[in-house]
Design a binder for this molecule. Structure first.
Ligand SMILES: [Ca+2]
Ligand SMILES: [Ca+2]
Ligand SMILES: [Ca+2]
Ligand SMILES: [Ca+2]
Length: 383
């Protein structure tokens, strides 16, 4: 039993015996049980269901208030982005498990997607040899759709897009030449139901950029970003390979491997449209529909605006980092709720409410090995 479980048992015992610990008691206990966690800011969860610190003070109003993880309005589109760590979401005996698979998170993944209840999903580190149905059948079991509809899925290399709405890929894929194939990422138009969203759909690129340091990998990441901006230039203007209806919201999600050990200029490219390899991918662009930069959603752990890392492995020699991003065309779509779901610091009340377990986002809870954490963003299409 680790220290956190001991702490939860202690807290339960206090509640059972009717004692109410003062805030300072709790802080003291936490500071003594959490001293080993050098990079963790661990504070007590608020006692209400709203885990965010950003909400306004309670003002009487008829408007619904954001609570933790609940969609504020049903018409918001919820995106989940998650690097799952090579095929960890499949059972041990799955013959298609990737050779780099190290963990079995099959049950935890089911709990996470049930709790998050996304509309569209971008996953990375799925064995490229898989049929995308391997993943969509998991969603069909855990989050069955009405009218016997099925979850839709497309895969490109290890990146996979899932949607509860139909996905269009003809004329919406990334258009790479034969020697640019490795730069390709999963891409699809999410065809939202016209009766609810009129003519509005969402275009999603689900990316996994080259990993590790070194000049070659840094160069490859820049090429991948340039390639995506080339695609954005195409989708905005009539002709060439892809055309979107003017004002169609688009989202660039995934694991962009944004490290603090290199300049990570590829992130700047993805937001500002400054293409570096202009001889290959064309002139710089103004990526948003109103010719402004895009926006990085910058979610925080459980919406509390204290921690922002999306990857962490203590003892690896690397500091926790924001490797994973959700970047979007903010002129036509707004992120109303942005969180990194971290079950490890989730209040007991919300663990119980969402039927999650403390270690659900961990590869190894004893060593603070999270690998990547899931990101949840609610998009409002009415702006
Ligand atoms: Ca539609
Ligand atoms: Ca075009
Ligand atoms: Ca440039
Ligand atoms: Ca903008």
């Amino acid at each position: 039993m680790n220290q956190k479980k001991l702490f939860l048992v202690w807290l339960l015992a206090l509640l059972l015996f009717g004692c109410t610990p003062s805030g300072s008691d709790i802080e003291t206990t936490i500071s003594t049980t959490e001293t080993a966690k050098s990079t963790s800011t661990f504070t007590l969860e608020p006692t209400n269901t709203l885990e965010s610190t950003s909400s306004p003070e309670s003002t009487p109003t008829n408007e619904p208030q954001q609570t933790f993880m609940d969609k504020l309005y049903p018409e918001y589109i919820r995106l989940m982005d998650y690097n799952v760590n090579w095929d960890s979401i499949f059972p041990d005996n799955d013959p298609l498990n990737h050779e780099w698979r190290t963990a079995n998170k099959a049950d935890a993944f089911k709990r996470l997607i049930r709790a998050i209840n996304p509309d569209i999903v971008c996953l990375q580190e799925i064995n490229p040899a898989r049929d995308p149905k391997d993943v969509s059948t998991i969603f069909d079991k855990v989050l069955p759709l009405e009218n016997s509809s099925k979850w839709q899925a497309v895969i490109d290399k290890d990146t996979l897009i899932l949607s509860r709405y139909s996905l269009k890929t003809d004329n919406y894929r990334m258009h790479t030449t034969s020697n640019q194939k490795l730069l390709s990422q999963a891409a699809a138009l999410v065809d939202l139901p016209d009766d609810e969203y009129k003519q509005k759909d969402i275009y999603l690129i689900c990316a996994h950029f080259d990993a590790f340091g070194g000049q070659e990998n840094i160069y490859n990441r820049q090429m991948q970003a340039d390639m995506i901006m080339h695609q954005v230039a195409d989708l905005k203007t009539p002709g060439d390979n892809i055309d979107l209806v003017q004002g169609t919201p688009y989202i660039l999600a995934g694991d962009f491997n944004v490290y603090d050990t290199d300049p990570a200029y590829h992130l700047t490219t993805l937001i500002t449209g400054d293409i570096v390899n202009e001889n290959l991918f064309g002139e710089d662009i103004q990526p948003d529909w109103d010719d402004t930069p895009l926006t990085d959603a910058k979610p925080s752990h459980n919406g509390r605006e204290l921690q922002y890392y999306t990857w962490r492995e203590d003892g690896s020699g690397f500091t926790p980092g924001i490797l994973d991003r959700v970047i979007y065309s903010d002129s036509v779509i707004t992120a109303r709720y942005s969180i990194i779901l971290n079950t490890e610091v989730l209040s007991l009340k919300n663990l119980l409410k969402y039927e999650l377990q403390t270690d659900d986002v961990m590869m190894n809870g004893e060593t603070e090995y999270f690998d990547h954490l899931p990101i949840v963003i609610d998009f409002d299409l009415n702006n």
